[in-house]
Structures are given as C-alpha cells and as structure tokens.
Design a protein around this ligand. Structure first.
Ligand SMILES: *Cc1c(COP(=O)(O)O)cnc(C)c1O
Length: 375
C-alpha cells in the first residue's frame, strides 16, 4: 500500500516472464506499434510518446536536458520533494532557476502563479508536479496550464503518479512535455519512463546546444517513426507494458480515474472518522495516488508503520525528508482493490489501539465500507 512500486496483476507478471526476443525484429516492431498507439491514449495526446529504460527521474532529466541552455530562465513550481527535483536538474544544466513554492500539504494556486508571472521577465520553461507524491496534494493542473499557455513558456509536467490515476489531458490542457514512470499507475515494475512532447517542445529542442545523448529527442523521434527504440529497450518490461496498456484500455481511463477517486475519498473519510488529521486538509487538493496522515499525539509514524508490517504484513510509506517523522502515507495507486483498503484500515485501527490511541471502536472500517458502497 505504498505509492509506488505498486502491486502487479498476474497477467502482467506472466507477460514479463518469457524469453526476451530480438529487438530488431518484426515481432518486436509490431509490439511497439501497438504500444506507441496506446500510450497516446493514456497521455490523452496526439503527440509522440517516447519510452526510456530508466526510472521516472530519467524522463525528468530527458525533459530538461533537451531544452535548457546555460543561463536560460526557468520557473519551478515546488509543492514537495518531487517539485524540488526539477529545480535540481535545471541547476545542473546551468539554468537560472526561480522557485515558486508553498507550505507542504498545500498547492500553488492559479493566483499565486499569475501574480508571480506578472512580476518577472518571461521564462523559457515552467515545471509543475501534477500529483506531488511526497505530500499527497494534486495541483489544479488545468488552471495552471491555462495561465502558462498565455505566455511563451514551455509547460513541463511531472505526471509520474497521476497518469492513469487522475485526469491529465495533455493536448486539451496545453502541456508541452508530460512525463511518467512505470511503477505507479501503470501497474508495472520500475524501470521504464515515458515522455510525451509537443511540436513546440521539439522545435525548442533543436536549438539546444548540449542535448542529452541517451534521452535525445531527435534520436527517439527517428526510432519511433520506425516503431522501435534507439537503444536496446528493456524488452521484458515492454512485454509487460503491452499487457498493462491492454488492461487499461479495456477498463477505460474514466473508470480508472473514478476508482482512484472513490478509494481516496473513502479513505479520507475513514481517517477523519477515526479522529485523525489529514496532512492535506482540503479535499479539492487531494491526490488520488496517495493519502498522507498525521499520527495522533504521542505516537510515532515509524511505530505505526512497523506495527502494521510486523503484525499484519501491510506495508505503507513514511514521509520523505523533513516529513519523515510528521506523516505516514497510504497509496491507492494502480492495482488496488476495495479489499486491500478494507484490510488496511481494519489493521490500522487495531494498530492504533495497540499503541494506545483511543477512538470509537471500528468507526474507520464502518465509514470506509459505507463510502465504498456508493457508486
Ligand atoms: C515516483 C515519483 C518520481 C520519481 O520517480 P523514480 O521512478 O523514483 O525516479 C518523481 N515524481 C513523482 C511525482 C513521483 O511520484
């Protein structure tokens, strides 16, 4: 129950567990053709979507390393650890980095962005994190993108934990570069990342003085035209990806979004019913990928996590960096079912009672069950 890596359906595990094939072959090319088409569906775009053999951060590097020249101005919207990562990558490229941030657990509002932009010279690019997995917030991506669209800046979005979990419409919302990773909503092991890019982003890449070699947009675009990849792909993960995209297409994105939303709000209500405090106060700002909870007074987050694992074999996440002691996180991302949530909340109730926290017996499970019954 952590926000990635997430559980994997049996049919995907089976697809991965076969002999690798020659990657320059008709069989592999036809697999890639189907995959490239289906990736456009999950990214909600007509643009090319590249596949890299890397974790999600690789695609973040790819995004900035193909765009930025030394001294270019970039604005990074920071709502947590993953928003900070964009700024770290941009600094290593010698860019001039401005940061617009907020208290962790809150979001960057459209007004904050508007006000900031009205006071500063135009930026070459602006980076955003859709679902900030480290805190559990989701930024209002559509509204923020609408503001960026009126400027000349490229709009670059980390959708690593939002793709397949919450609506993220690349073309409709005007995103120029949208990235994701395999081990979150796509129900795959870690090791693949994805990058979709607009024609505008590709034009800007052509003027990049020192572009990345491994993540190079031009090399990947050429390979994609031939339904292949420029370097040896992660062949067995590609087998898994073929199956995962078929599953996602079959279920339908809207149904997947609905499931993630329902789980998130059922969980939030159950947590509140137990008298616990959520780290993200405003329901409107809740990510459907992960829910952050503040431990009751006098009980350590680490003790809750340890007790759940040792007694119930349920694995949840701690906070990251400065939030490590302050919150614990329950993922609702990917191949998670009602049963998983029910077990988790029941075990959490018993864990908290063992650790001395007092609340109305079974109120969390009861609330969860009621909410899960709703359509
Ligand atoms: C998981 C995650 C990342 C990092 O991905 P890695 O695969 O660990 O490199 C970046 N951004 C967000 C929002 C994430 O959830």
């Amino acid at each position: 129950m952590i926000p990635g890596p997430t559980p994997i359906p049996q049919s995907i595990l089976k697809a991965i567990a076969r002999q690798p094939i020659k990657h320059r072959s008709d069989e592999f090319t036809s697999i890639m053709q189907e995959i490239y088409t289906n990736l456009k569906y999950i990214f909600q775009t007509k643009n090319d979507v590249f596949i890299f053999a890397s974790s999600g951060t690789g695609a973040m590097c790819g995004a900035l390393e193909n765009i930025l020249n030394p001294k270019d101005r970039i604005l990074c919207l920071v709502t947590g650890k993953f928003g900070e990562r964009w700024a770290e990558i941009a600094k290593l490229r010698g860019a001039e980095v401005d940061i617009l941030s907020c208290n962790f657990g809150e979001v960057i509002t459209p007004k904050m962005l508007q006000d900031h932009l009205s006071l500063h010279k135009p930026y070459k690019a602006i980076t955003l994190t859709h679902s900030e997995t480290s805190t559990g917030v989701a930024n209002d991506l559509q509204s923020l993108c609408a503001i960026i669209k009126k400027t000349e800046s490229l709009c670059i979005v980390d959708g690593i934990s939002s793709i397949c979990a919450m609506p993220c419409k690349m073309d409709e919302w005007g995103i120029d570069i949208l990235i994701s990773g395999s081990q979150k909503g796509l129900m795959l092991p870690s090791g693949l990342s994805f990058l979709a890019l607009s024609a505008k982003a590709y034009e800007i890449h052509k003027k990049c003085l020192f572009p990345s070699f491994y993540f190079n947009f031009s090399l990947h675009k050429e390979a994609l035209k031939k339904n292949t990849t420029p370097f040896t792909p992660s062949i067995n993960l590609i087998f898994g990806l073929l199956e995962s995209l078929r599953i996602i297409k079959n279920i339908g994105l809207e149904n997947l979004y609905h499931k993630h939303k329902k789980h998130t709000f059922a969980l939030r209500d159950a947590i509140r019913a137990m008298g616990l405090e959520l780290f993200v106060k405003d329901d409107a700002h809740a990510s459907y990928a992960t829910t952050s909870i503040i431990p009751p007074n006098g009980i350590k987050a680490q003790d809750i996590i340890k007790h759940l694992q040792e007694n119930y074999n349920i694995i949840i996440a701690s906070g990251q960096q400065e939030l490590e002691e302050k919150i614990f996180r329950i993922g609702t991302l990917g191949y998670i079912h009602n049963e998983d949530l029910i077990q988790t909340i029941t075990a959490l109730e018993q864990t908290l009672q063992s650790l001395g926290y007092k609340f109305e017996n079974k109120i969390g499970t009861q609330t969860l069950l009621e909410k899960l019954k709703m359509p």
